[in-house]
Design a binder for this molecule. Sequence first.
Ligand SMILES: NC(=O)c1ccc[n+]([C@@H]2O[C@H](COP(=O)([O-])OP(=O)(O)OC[C@H]3O[C@@H](n4cnc5c(N)ncnc54)[C@H](OP(=O)(O)O)[C@@H]3O)[C@@H](O)[C@H]2O)c1
Length: 305
Amino acid sequence: MSAIKKVVVVGAGGNLGPFILSSLHSANFTISVLTRPDSNSTYPSYVTSVKTDYSHPSLLDAFRGQDAVISTVGFTGTSFQIQLIDAADQAGVKRFVPSEFGWAKDRPMLPELAARLEPKEKVFEHLLEKCRTSETMSWSAVATGPFLDWCLNIVPTLGFVVPKRTARIYDSGEEPLTCTTGAAIGTAVANILLNADKTANRYLKVCSVKATQNQFLEALEEATDTKWNVTRVSTKDIMQGRTKKLQEKKFQEAFLDLLTVQLFEDGAGRGSIVEPEKSDNELLGVKVEDVKHVINMLVSATEAV
Ligand SMILES: NC(=O)c1ccc[n+]([C@@H]2O[C@H](COP(=O)([O-])OP(=O)(O)OC[C@H]3O[C@@H](n4cnc5c(N)ncnc54)[C@H](OP(=O)(O)O)[C@@H]3O)[C@@H](O)[C@H]2O)c1
């Protein structure tokens, strides 16, 4: 395949997109971003911003002459990717990277979580089918496990609320977890395109850190130089309480509960997406780092703002 040079990132103004833009820029790709007409997203000056109403003609216009499409659309826009895939194929795009960035498909998943993620699965199957018959387009996807920056700063999926110095430790806190920083996900995506032949039609796995919740807590206490307020909870109780939350329409809380049980139930082995030595880290330029080092770096960056 000829080298990929021109890349469109769709939905690049969200939580993950900026990390990917930054890595693509460092690797000298020519970058456009596709954004909805009423979007408030803002972008760095090195990208060309193109508005789309996701109609087929507007997507075709945006994708003609482009080598790759990276989708980072948020979960609520998942099904829009069907339109993106069809237009990318028709426009002659060579590589499509769907908005996956989560669990690995070969790892155990709670059935309730799998049901929630079904829209992503439908998009992925559509992509596989399209690429099977496409003359130009192949795909790559990447599993990252929890996105560490997001889990510490936006949604407390790992049980830690940094500004309040509070922690919820699930079961024994000893279940191993792999997760990836935003910067490392950006690096992985740039390297997918830089190694287009080796990454074609592959579901790749990366991780920056492997640690237990107790080790994350120790690292956070050290980084903040404070003893944290710790609550211990059982994943069995959480699953039981979840039914009531659903009845009360507390959907966000119930979803967070599901994520924490997926990750931390003792002995379930669902928190780790890959053993670091069996990951695609080397191909994608991702390093496994010491938990204390990563936490210190992320906490310092957040608290300096
Ligand atoms: N593993 C993890 O822990 C983790 C954590 C967070 C996210 N993720 C995954 O990473 C990917 C990106 O997530 P994110 O949090 O960066 O997304 P996000 O911030 O929620 O949204 C990213 C962009 O998608 C576009 N968008 C949002 N809603 C849309 C809709 N209904 N229709 C069309 N476009 C829409 C918007 O772009 P414009 O306004 O420019 O149109 C938005 O800025 C998703 O697949 C998500 O599931 C994984």
